[in-house]
Design a protein around this ligand. Sequence first.
Ligand code: PEP
Ligand code: MG
Length: 587
Amino acid sequence: MNRREIKQLKGIPVSPGVAIGKAFVFLREDSFNIPLRKIKKSEVPLEIARFEDAITRTRAEILGIRKKLSGQIGGEHSDIFNAHLLILEDRTLIEDVIGHIKVQYIAAEHAFSSVIQKYFSAFAQIDDEYLRERVSDIKDVSRRLLHNLHGEKKNVLEHLEEEVILIARDLSPSDTASMDKDKVLAFVTEVGGPTSHTAILGRSMEIPAIVGSDGVAQEIKTGDRVIVDGTHGIVIVNPDKKIIEEYTRYGKRFSAIITELDKLRDLPAETKDGRQIIVASNIEFGDEIPSVLSHGSRGVGLYRTEYLYMNRQDVPTEEEQFKAYQEAAKKIAPHPVIIRTLDLGGDKFLSSLGVPQEMNPFLGWRAIRFCLERVDVFKSQLRAILRASAYGNLKLMYPMISNVQELRAANKILEECREELRKEKKKFDPKMEVGAMIEIPSAAITSDVLAKEADFFSIGSNDLIQYSLAVDRVNEKIAYLYDPTHPAILRLIRQIIENGHAAKRWVGCCGEMASDVAIAIVLVGLGIDEVSISPFVLPKVKKAIRSVNYTQAQAIAQKALTFDTGREVRDYIDAEVRKLGKDLLDM
Ligand code: PEP
Ligand code: MG
């Protein structure tokens, strides 16, 4: 057998660590992409029977369609279906699939998809255009057959049969929400920037992840052995023994660092001279709560509620939402949980709400703009949050505030909900803090105005950077321009914190930049009161905060504000952090 070529691919590292395993290439549009499922020898007859039954059902369907069509449009067009029937009667094909099931002990859908793909390649090489085009007939009938074999509802990511390294062009929020997370060791996507929802998901799953890796879904085949180095953004395909050993050692070192950092769990995130910073966690799903607690977080600084709305035909009811928020409030108490109201749009779409496709979804009808119009959807969420506030320390914040009228309008609806609940004699915390996310430049610049009507600010730096620098946060082509150290960003953040503090409001940051240790120190130096990040990277940020004096952090921040370019800021702050602790930048 030929030795497979070792290949190295690069991407944007978004979640650290190393994973070594078998690739599963997920191409959403391609129904022939079936994960391997091994069967027992005793199951072979059953698999063959399933396959034969699927053929019978597919034939019956095609005959039905042909009959219907010949009535409507005449015999000529319905002849296409005769070609489909011929494919289903092809004994060579059928025997080949049965042979695969018998010899390799694999499920019928996998056997069929691997056999049929050989047909596709053979046809693609034929010199005759007419025959070459027949491949679409084979594809059509094959899709129908696969559908009959494993049913429409079967989502491949939900039914992974073994541990895999997931390789995809893109992973939509609904793919990621339905994915069997215990089976995914790491993932690599072609699409996405450092703060795309896909990147955020990697960190929340605590697995190595790389995004923006050009061509990865073409270069890697399902079944290839791959190494994903999420710390440095490297994917190695078909590594040899030596490389595997090297990465196994690195993986062990990485786990040792994590274990070491976890020892800080119960210590406060305070500077050497005693300034306490709240270090909280960002979560997307309720099942991340144990990880919030185990990493020593001081609460949840951002609960992205959009994921409750995904992968369903309807909108979650007030009751369902209430239960989810109540559970978080109870489990995290006495620490706070900040629930962000529905932030749909941008790279997070929900099929159930029928939002039209837009030219510029990040600038479109989304988040608070959507909620202020769909008051029914908004109210049911606000009522659920209010009701859950009776069970712990809940706070609420609105995303995408761009002017004070929006904040007022949202607060007015919130007040209506309070009034309704009072009438219904339902409990809630009347003093629950209500804040605004500052993630649009107009909000940052007018944060003095907003501070009068919000109890706190949480800087959404992922979007603030995107909108200030006009850089789409999910576009890997321009990811090099997405720069948290750009002087404009530092100045805006300084302004938000100063305006918040002048009005005696606390100011947090829940964007990804806060998980960069050097930037976290700058934020501390600028006076930030809270940072909220993925629980996975929380211990290293805590360690960085514990290794600096507040006065020192202030001096670093002040100096960082004097540079002309993001590059200079980056070099300067990294050098300062290296002085504080050599290993701080290693994770
Ligand atoms: C942000 O924009 O920084 C943020 C935290 O929200 P999201 O990433 O969900 O847009
Ligand atoms: Mg945002």
